[in-house]
Design a protein around this ligand. Structure first.
Ligand SMILES: [Mg+2]
Length: 165
């Protein structure tokens, strides 16, 4: 069985974890994994291109799905030969699960927020790869959300975590 939760301490660990979990679908939160909050259009475009290169080279990955609750969109729809690439703006994580239901499994959701990314992962049965950015880099909105979200951690993930131990 796939683990429900794994903490990622550095972005360079991502490819290894995705491979280990044999993930066919990788759902990627956008901020701050792809581009920092309130960064430029160019940073978003370059962040997407860079992530497509890094995760796109993993042979087992069939679908890359960028999903952000913000309205930000790349200047061109991202694509990669041989892979299905999806970009969801205003994704309404964790409420809207419909876009993921037909994607190949197993899957992972990679993101920084327990209440959006973590809960989405839990709802669709994917592993939550929790990437925790440095506190000093976080604007106050996401920071508050993180504080609240991490209070929920035992509730959301403790059971399956202890089952694994
Ligand atoms: Mg985020």
């Amino acid at each position: 069985m796939q683990p429900a939760y794994q903490l990622i301490k550095a972005e360079r660990e991502l490819a290894g974890r995705i491979t280990q979990l044999l993930a066919q679908t990788v759902v990627l939160d956008v901020e701050p994994l792809i581009a920092p909050w309130k960064s430029s259009q160019r940073m978003l475009d370059e962040g997407i291109a860079s992530m497509l290169r890094r995760v796109g080279m993993l042979p087992e990955v069939r679908v890359l799905c960028f999903a952000t609750n913000s309205a930000r969109e790349p200047s061109v729809a991202p694509h990669l030969p041989g892979k299905q690439v999806i970009y969801l703006a205003s994704a309404r994580k964790p409420l809207n699960v419909e876009p993921y239901l037909t994607l190949p499994r197993p899957g992972v959701v990679i993101g920084d927020q327990v209440v959006t990314d973590g809960l989405l992962a839990r709802r669709i049965g994917y592993t939550f790869l929790h990437l925790r950015p440095a506190l000093r880099d976080m604007p106050v909105g996401p920071l508050l959300l993180r504080g609240g979200g991490e209070l929920l951690m035992p509730l959301l993930f403790a059971q399956r975590k202890s089952a694994r131990a």
